[in-house]
Structure formats: C-alpha cells, structure tokens
Design a protein around this ligand. Structure first.
Ligand code: NAD
Length: 332
C-alpha cells in the first residue's frame, strides 16, 4: 500500500480508501458475511480509511460497518457524514447535526470520528451550510467528538466557493475525476492546492459505469455514456486488462488527490483495486480509450438546488427513487 498525507489534517492515509456505500446495498444486496470479509481483507492489506454515511442504505451501511470494525476501530480512520438522510430527505440545521452524530457514533460503535462531513452541500442554501451546519461541525471538533471537518458534494462550484472561504479540512467530490469526467482538475484542484485542504476523489469507477458489470439502473448519466463505457470495456478485455483497472490507474495518478475513495463490498474488488496501487496505465491504451470517450466526456448532471448548479450541467436521467425502494425492501 502507498500512503499520503491527507492535506492539513496531517493524517497518513492509504491512497485507496474504502467507500462503504455498497455495504448499504446501494449497488444491490450484500450478504452480511461477504461485507465482513471485504472489510477484514482491506484492513489486512493496509487500507486504513473508511467512508460511510447515514444515507448509505438508510443507516444500514453504518450499522454494518460498526459491527465489522468492532475491535479494530482504533487501527483505522473512520469518517461519516450528516445532513443527507434519503434521496430527498435533507436537514442542515445545527440541531440535527448534533443529533445525527450521536446516532452515527452509536451505529458505528465508537465515541469519535476522524473526519465528519456535511453530506452534499448543494442541497442547501449556502447561508445554511456555512451559518448552521458548519459551525455545528466545528463545535463537535472542539468537543473532541470529531477530529476534522469536511464537506462533500457533486457540483464543483459550491465546493470550490466553500473551500475558498471556510476553514474546512477536507473536500470530497465524486464522479468528477475519472475516465469519464475530469472537470475536478480545472475547477476544484487549484483552490484546494492553494488552501492546503485535503482533496478526496470519490467514485473513480463513475459509480460502476467503468466496470464490466456496467452502471446500476438508477445512474443519472445519459445512455450514450454507458454505451461508450461498454465499448471501452470490450477494448480493455481484448488488450488483456479490464476497464476498472485502467480507470483506477487513471484516477490514482492525480497528484493533488490525497485519497481515492472506491466503493467495495467484495474481497475480489478489494483485491483488484489493491493490485493496481503503484502500477501505471498502458499509455497507448489510455490514449486510445480517452479518444473513444472524448465525445461523451465531461457530461455532468444537475444535483441539488438550482442556485448550486455548475454551468453546463444537464438534467438527470433518473431521480433514483427505485434505489431507495429497493434498499428499504432489503432492510425489512
Ligand atoms: P465507485 O465509482 O467507487 O463504484 C463502486 C461500484 O464499483 C460498486 O458497485 C463496487 O462493487 C464496484 N467495484 C469496486 N471495485 C471494483 C473492481 N475492481 N472491479 C469491478 N467493480 C468494482 O462509486 P461509489 O461507491 O459511489 O463511490 C465510492 C465511495 O465514495 C462511496 O462508497 C462513498 O463512500 C463515497 N462517496 C461519497 C459521496 C458523497 O459524500 N457525496 C458521493 C459518492 C461517493
């Protein structure tokens, strides 16, 4: 494993972080024991950063991760989030943040979090994020319940503006730096660099688009993105590699990113992603693939309040409600 410093937090983190949203069934049902094996294997192989949220599986991912990490909590770094609770259920009040952390700590069977993040800042007016939710997070830091404070989201404009003015330790964005979309590099990375904030790049597989299995039904990107990814997957197979290996190599090569957060729930995925650490993409194949992707590259969709839209964002293909229904079915 390779380790990097997580910006001004000074924490040493594995360059691959364990994204726990699949443990909540976000990408389909996950067997309880299978999740345990994936987490155990990841820790054995040196992955030391685990990212979860009450939203993932509507608390299921936190509950499972808490159970999996029992006895190992202090050997790893654990992060969760507040303010997002379902597809359309958000609350950014200070009161809810204070309540939410207690619920997360209980589910995660711990008394502190290493990083606590506002989940998807684009779903609230800026005034509320910086006037209510963020001060509550800083208060938790003073109280020692969390060591560092961060923000997460999809559109880059609000993240960039918050990074410019607020004293946050980490900024996490997803699906904005991978083989399909590299806009994070132009918009967010320069500010992060200047401010010494840790940059966390999530969803290097573009939420499963860049895998042999392909996108889940709820994925918001247009069909032409999925079709191109299928062609790329086929080319990679012919060249004796996989689209996921190439996508991981591409994402891991970004110099300003402290950690790449990939969602995992299976040992074989942890294995594949660890195997790629320290390797470089085949330059010829990468150039060919980027050429194939160019006509559908940097297509990003609207998330959150219209005032937080990135210029040029398209309407989403789906609202993803079916995902919520499926997860609730699994929890019964
Ligand atoms: P991702 O791009 O990491 O893709 C995850 C999917 O790919 C899962 O279905 C997983 O089983 C599969 N996969 C993983 N490794 C694979 C491999 N080697 N080969 C084939 N398939 C593989 O998307 P993600 O899970 O949405 O993002 C990663 C993590 O980042 C999340 O789990 C979450 O912790 C975090 N995240 C945070 C936010 C936020 O805070 N707003 C948003 C998105 C993601």
């Amino acid at each position: 494993m390779i380790y990097k410093t997580l910006g001004k937090t000074g924490l040493r983190v594995s360059i691959i972080g364990f994204g726990a949203s699949p443990l909540g069934g976000e990408f389909g049902p996950v067997d309880l024991e299978q999740g345990q094996r994936a987490v155990d294997y990841a820790i054995d192989q040196g992955i030391n950063y685990f990212d979860v949220a009450p939203y993932y599986g509507r608390t299921l991912a936190e509950t499972r991760l808490g159970r999996y990490l029992e006895g190992k909590r202090d050997t790893i770094l654990l992060t969760s989030k507040a303010c997002r609770y379902d597809i359309t259920d958000f609350e950014f009040s200070a009161k809810r943040v204070m309540r939410s952390i207690e619920d997360s700590l209980r589910r995660l069977r711990t008394d502190y979090l290493d990083v606590y993040q506002i989940h998807d800042v684009e779903y609230a007016p800026r005034k509320q994020v910086v006037g209510d939710a963020l001060p509550a997070m800083f208060k938790l830091k003073e109280q020692g319940k969390v060591r560092f404070v961060g923000v997460t989201g999809y559109p880059l404009t609000p993240l960039k503006e918050i990074a410019e003015t607020e004293d946050v330790d980490t900024v996490l964005t997803y699906c904005r730096y991978n083989l399909m979309d590299t806009t994070m590099d132009d918009i967010l990375a320069p500010v992060i660099r200047r401010r010494g904030i840790a940059l966390i790049n999530a969803s290097p597989l573009h939420m499963r688009v860049l895998t042999d299995k392909g996108a889940p039904s709820w994925h918001p990107a247009p069909q032409r993105v999925f079709e191109t990814a299928r062609e790329v997957a086929e080319l990679c197979r012919r060249r004796g590699t996989t689209i996921s290996d190439l996508a991981m190599q591409f994402a891991l090569a970004h110099k300003d990113v402290s950690m790449t957060l990939v969602g995992m729930s299976k040992v074989r995925h942890v294995e594949a992603n660890i195997r790629i650490v320290g390797t470089e993409a085949d330059a010829e194949l990468l150039a060919e693939v980027r050429g194939m992707i160019r006509p559908v590259a940097n297509i990003y969709w609207k998330e959150g309040l219209p005032e937080n839209d990135d210029p040029g964002a398209i309407d989403k293909r789906t609202l993803g409600m079916e995902r919520s229904d499926q997860i609730k079915g699994e929890q019964k």
